[in-house]
Design a protein around this ligand. Structure first.
Ligand code: NAP
Length: 541
């Protein structure tokens, strides 16, 4: 067979794809990783906007599979910046010699399952190849969402998106800058831009809850403490619901007396960063509990923002706390006290068009030198939608997902044998520390490949019933929470609006991991494993 045939093709060179590559190589299988970008790192390669950093502590937002690296690597700050995370990923790739199996600048256009050979044909912009298994490590947050606003080609200034920020520095000194979007990216970039630009105008459609990062340089004592008990800490992150190194407080916000409640919130506000959401166990379960967090955060916003009208605009009222991903930033709210920062309310005055000189809302013309879209991603399914993936009978994944993205465990799709998705719809992915989820997915997939090798299975395929039951299970779990109340990118709605699918698994990492382990231990219940047909050509030769 040609050198264009591999046991495994991995699509995507971020944290997921690189660890998958490492594990596949340890199984002794032939593998190639295809990456569209000109460097590895996935979202951390492209998301280079000023202020970009993770919102999970670096000591936890990192691989756990290399305990020696845990001891050697030094994170300089509580939350690593994008350059530091990228250099960490590059270091891991070099340390484990991964680059030799990575093909950069190679965009996968189509993957087609051949039912006669049991192989996938993979078409890229740099040639074709075949493989027994296709692992889509394409990222839940990797395709930038560009607002559907007319006139973007007319703008004579510079138009940027946070998720595809240029590699070379962008000079924003003395510039009039617009930022559209106030999610995690917006809340991180606005203070950075305000410090250098002549003026920053923030266009907000929906206010978000932003909790304080309590960001700081790495404290040597804390680092020593973490390193001395790293294995225990890693075990903990694997077993908490969120993948963070702290678990949810088992108290109820609804039942706690006001003094106790206030004390818990103050403590979490002062220390927990993203973990603020773990302050009480019922925050995402009842409105009454959630309202107590909303009131607390509204108060904190009012304390930080001097102008009451601006503070009121920044206070979210349209969704319960935590039902959209909370933002984690240090100085976002206080930035609105600066003379060179203005907040515009897109609910009152929506953007009508980008013009030659700036933005036009239904109320006014605004002149800008630079417009920054901090408008997020075509989340969870966006990257998969952009590849023409054809399974059995020529059905495309897009067709299979016409009524909503169905997946068994977020890992496999019925009708698409030997195709795996890492952090796909139905996995905890974006509701957890994603590195913890990624490691669990990759290790489970490696276990499946090993099992197939041991049992002589040539293909695996999720059963349609198992997929339907999993989607129903994920959505039943979501329906028992406040998540579906929000209009968020966690939900994918079909064009008719009839089918709404809540995509990330909201039952927590611990429960998800247990279910995946049970399924593997039970002989891959919900999957059909088929032996090689006589006519199949053995792989890898
Ligand atoms: P996001 O949370 O989806 O926020 C996008 C923002 O753009 C929202 O305020 C949204 O308003 C607004 N928007 C979208 N389309 C618009 C339009 N046509 N007109 C006006 N406003 C529009 O995206 P993100 O901030 O890039 O973050 C996405 C996720 O990436 C985060 O939740 C997080 O998981 C991850 N992330 C993490 C970090 C970190 O680790 N600190 C940093 C960045 C991103 P609506 O709410 O009204 O839609």
């Amino acid at each position: 067979m040609s050198d264009q045939h591999h046991d495994v093709v991995i699509v995507g060179g971020g944290l997921a794809g690189l660890y998958m590559l490492h594990r596949v190589r340890r199984l002794g299988l032939s593998v190639v990783l295809l990456e569209a970008g000109d460097g590895i790192g996935g979202v951390w390669h492209f998301n280079r906007y000023p202020g970009a950093r993770c919102d999970v502590e670096s000591v936890d937002y990192s691989y756990s599979f290399d305990p020696e690296l845990d001891q050697e690597w030094h994170w300089t700050e509580r939350y690593a910046s994008q350059p530091e995370i990228l250099s960490y990923i590059e270091h891991v790739a070099d340390r484990h010699g991964l680059r030799e199996d990575v093909r950069l600048n190679t965009r996968v256009e189509a993957c087609t399952f051949d039912e006669d050979t049991g192989h996938w044909s993979v078409r890229t912009d740099g040639g074709d190849l075949t493989a027994r298994f296709c692992v889509m490590a394409t990222g839940a947050l990797s395709v930038p969402r560009i607002p559907d606003v007319p006139g973007t080609d007319d703008f004579r200034g510079r138009l940027l998106h946070t998720a595809s920020w240029p590699r070379e520095p962008v000079d924003l000194a003395g510039k009039r800058v617009a930022v559209v979007g106030t999610g995690s990216s917006g809340t991180q970039i606005v203070p950075e831009l305000a410090a250098v630009a002549e003026h920053v105008t923030v266009f907000q459609r929906t206010p978000n809850f932003t909790v304080p990062a309590q960001h700081r340089p790495m404290d040597p004592e804390y680092e020593r403490e973490v390193k001395s008990s790293y294995p225990d800490r890693r075990t903990l992150t694997r077993t908490t619901a969120s993948g963070l190194s702290m678990d949810t407080n088992r108290e109820s916000a609804e039942d706690a007396d006001p003094e106790r409640r206030r004390a818990v919130y103050e403590e979490q506000w002062r220390t927990a960063g993203f973990g603020f959401i773990l302050a009480f166990q019922d925050l995402l379960l009842t409105r009454a509990a959630n309202d107590t967090a909303v009131d607390f955060i509204h108060g904190k916003i009012a304390e930080q923002v001097e102008d009451p009208a601006t503070a009121a605009l920044l206070q979210p009222t349209d969704h319960p706390f935590g039902t959209k991903r909370p933002c984690v930033a240090s100085t976002f709210y206080a930035t609105f006290n600066r003379d060179n920062v203005t907040l515009e309310d897109l609910r009152r005055a929506p953007i009508e068009a980008v013009t030659e000189t700036g933005l036009r809302t239904c109320e006014a013309e605004h002149a800008f030198d630079v417009i920054v879209f901090a408008t997020g991603f075509d989340a969870i399914t966006g990257a998969l939608d952009r590849i023409e993936i054809r399974g059995r009978g020529g059905e495309t994944l897009r067709e299979h997902w016409a009524d909503g993205p169905g997946s068994y465990l977020g890992l496999a799709v019925a009708g698409f044998p030997n195709l795996l998705t890492i952090a796909g719809p139905g996995s905890p992915s974006v509701l957890s520390n994603v590195v913890v989820s990624i490691e669990q997915h990759v290790e489970w997939i490696a276990g499946l490949l090993e099992h197939m090798d041991a049992t002589g299975a040539a293909t695996f395929e999720a059963e349609q019933d198992a997929e339907d039951a999993w989607v129903a299970h994920v959505n039943a779990l979501a329906d028992a929470t406040l998540y579906p109340v929000a209009n968020s990118w966690y939900v994918r709605t079909d064009p008719t609006g009839e089918h709404r699918v809540f995509m990330p698994y909201p039952g927590g990492n611990r429960r998800y991991r247990r279910r995946c382990d049970e399924i593997a231990a039970g002989g891959y219940e919900g999957f059909v494993l088929r032996p090689a047909r006589e006519s199949l050509t053995p792989s890898g030769d």
